[in-house]
Design a protein around this ligand. Sequence first.
Ligand code: Q9C
Ligand code: ZN
Length: 354
Amino acid sequence: MKTFHNPHHAAHAGQQEMFRGRMVPCHEVPARLDFVLAELQRRPLGALHTPEVGDAALDAAIGRVHSARYVDFLRGAWAEWVAMDPANAQRDALPSVWPLPNRHGFRNDVLPFNFAARLGLFSFDSGSPLTAGTWTAARGGAACALAAAQDVVAGARSAFALSRPPGHHAGPDFLGGYCFLNNAAIAAQALRDAGHAKVAVLDVDYHHGNGTQTIFYERADVFTVSIHGDPSTEYPFFLGHADERGADAGEGFNLNLPLPRGTGFDTWRATLATALQAVSDAGATALVVPMGLDTFEGDPISGFTLKSADYFAVGEALAGAGLPTVFTFEGGYAVDAVGTNAVNLLEGFQQAAA
Ligand code: Q9C
Ligand code: ZN
């Protein structure tokens, strides 16, 4: 399989995230992607490419899943931040006030003029710093997702979007969870637009793929399924429960499979079999896998106990779906193991798919 990697990814390098009342170093660092690239050079799966997609095509693909006002905000955010105070050029932008949605409470339909208020309107946490290069990097990551989808449309069995920053927490009009543009949703929508009548998204990141769920929640043409830490105790907390099954036309086309913190590979892989059966039942003709490696036992912010060797079996099981598959790169914060774990999964897939 080809890998499409983002040459602009390192332009997004947050300094700190808010954690329990303190600023701590960011977990989502550029070295993550470099470790994957280094492992791909040791154990090649196929050619390495930077994405070649036209500006207009990319903007259109992003606009298929994100609102215009959100994209406009992201594109101009850094300039606005620096305009507030020239000293901001040395600081990341983080939100500190949010319009908590409540009946007859705060409004989110009126766009505030104040930048700090708009940053809060378009964010759901204070752990996702917006930096000078965030837009360039996020757009480059989205280009990887689009290029990978196009490769699969052209007949490839699979393609890997080595996208960074990650994407699965980003919704139609919000950032959060280290994510700005939802690469997996962009790929899924591109597959739909290229003629796949039904696309499945199977999210294997430790954290619930809330952004992807929200984007497709009312739609029957994209079936979303996620295996993740139970949101009662795990981030993103406010979505990802088993009773969220989709709404309106999308009723029955979302499946959440939360597992308790501490879950090991035996239970996790049985849950993957449940997810794959649901993908098969949905009748999808293409698959997108938001690939988080933060299910790893050594992950510093997560709570499952998968071992490096287990990822071969994960890839093998995913190949068993028999569908053209796009992988996007999501979480995984045990930085020196993330390359091994990612390539193990993809190699397991590729060998089983051959
Ligand atoms: N102390 C992804 O894996 N903060 N995002 C956790 C832990 C947010 C994870 C704080 C975790 C976001 C793409
Ligand atoms: Zn994650």
